[in-house]
Ligand binder design. Structure first.
Ligand code: ZN
Length: 100
């Protein structure tokens, strides 16, 4: 089986990878490494599908960023304040994340 020769030299340069900023550590990341959080009238929820309407913010899918974000920067990033229920719900979500 001969492989067809493809002109690959300049291919892929224009591919757009969406970048998002983790609100805890401020590092920019391809969207795939981050989990979206969304502010709703009922509080702040994790939005792993990224499809919920509302103001969103992103955190790395790792505990250190969630812990820092919940305590510090997430509320201002979402222009809200986190209730105790929100903080507990989000803590329960990140505790279910796989350890790196
Ligand atoms: Zn982060």
């Amino acid at each position: 089986m001969a492989k067809p020769a493809k002109p690959t030299k300049q291919a892929g340069r224009a591919r757009h990878v969406p970048q998002r900023t983790c609100v805890a550590c401020r590092q920019t990341e391809a969207k795939v490494g981050l989990v979206r959080l969304v502010r709703t009238p009922d509080g702040v929820f994790a939005d792993p599908t990224g499809k919920q309407p509302g103001r969103g913010a992103y955190l790395h899918a790792q505990r250190s960023c969630w812990e820092h974000g919940i305590r510090h920067s997430l509320a201002s990033a979402l222009r809200t304040s986190l209730s105790e229920a929100d903080a507990q719900r989000l803590a329960a979500f990140f505790e279910a994340l796989p350890q790196e």
